[in-house]
Ligand binder design. Sequence first.
Ligand code: NAP
Length: 455
Amino acid sequence: MPIASINPTTGETLKTFTALNESQIEEKLQRAADIFHSYRRTPFAERELMMLRAADILDSEKHELGRMMTTEMGKPIKGAVQEVEKCALVCRYYSENAKRHLADETIETNASRSFVRFQPLGPVLAVMPWNFPLWQVFRFAAPALMAGNVGLLKHASNVPQCALAIEDIFLRAGFPQGAFQTLLIGSDAVEKILNDSRVVAATLTGSEGAGRSVASIAGKQIKKTVLELGGSDPFIVMPSADLDKAVDTAVKARTINNGQSCIAAKRFIVASGIHDDFERKFVMEMRALRVGDPLEESTDIGPLATPQILRDLDEQVKKAVAAGAKVLTGGKQLEREGNFYEPTVLTNISHQSPIYCEEVFGPVALLFRVASLDEAIKLANATTFGLGSAAWTNDTEERMRFIEELEAGCVFINGMVASDPRLPFGGVKNSGYGRELGEFGIREFVNVKTVWIDK
Ligand code: NAP
């Protein structure tokens, strides 16, 4: 895959980049290893100030950065600007809370004193996806840098301008040269970097295949990994739910970021008593979405990020229809330039159809009818993924069942699954392992060192 910015709205190549050669990679790895020895000793107060400056830069440049994301990968500009604001928020969160999250923890034992100290590990490689080109990186980088680690970013090949902008923000914020570096490389260069002893750990956000590959290489080297992979989140609606609110949220939860979000709601599981009403309103609202130029403030859905993603989605829908699925709205690519796909709702989805168990990365919703709470939970869990889950109900017993029984890294009751700097984020099953954000996130890339002292 070339390292290039190609506008998904027009197909125009905006800029191409040459991948780093071996000696340039070597220089960057050595710089990361060298700077770690001094950077890890910078006082928290200094790191806090630099991280606050990064937040200020993000806030003051949110419109330019938002535009950059939109022209590189097609997300609607409203969401792009909000994404930059959220990056500023995560920088502020860790600036204010890292010291507290990583303070020594005393544990009473038979020693005169025993406690736990959290220490940085070293250079961490972050392999990142294009769908939230800034947010995915900042939610790794803010805690990693605050903990005293240094970061090496291998970003997705279709968002090189975003990748370079992030490095530039950290430099302008005052972080020393080498504390956070972008490596413009293809995925074929990752193995050698992971095998290098100067890189001590890795985090990957992306597809299951990429996760398996990175984790197995790191595993052979006995290096810690965090994996944030795909999802096929259920969105369950029970009879006691506020139906109008559930429908509005369902539309947003499926189509946010043009449907290309790991935690987008993908499977809508609705109790039979309210199913027909839900279907009617849901289809109506999906049809009413404005598809078009993502730089327009009024656009709800822009193009998919690459022609390949468009082809994959189209193929998934065609196979589902061939296996008996009914198209309630949409179901095809838009006849215009750019990678546009119609907001789509499918029902009657056969268990034999690949779409039943695959992740659907685009504005295509799968709608299911269930006769009972047990059936809803069973269907929700009938996936190899386990990232997010949402359940709509005002029945206390039902809530308890969802909280207890849904196999996912989070469950949102009467709300849309979303990440929040204060709350841990991550999955179970093939959605990955480890957590980002909150206190759990900053403790992933640290040595949890036990200290035991006798008189
Ligand atoms: P992807 O193809 O796996 O790419 C993600 C990153 O991994 C890119 O930087 C890519 O580089 C690199 N990569 C791909 N194959 C690799 C390999 N064999 N070895 C090393 N690196 C490799 O995923 P994507 O299509 O960009 O992103 C969509 C996926 O990410 C979806 O499955 C989505 O659900 C998931 N995601 C998960 C989360 C989460 O938090 N759980 C968040 C966002 C997205 P190149 O671009 O150079 O190929």
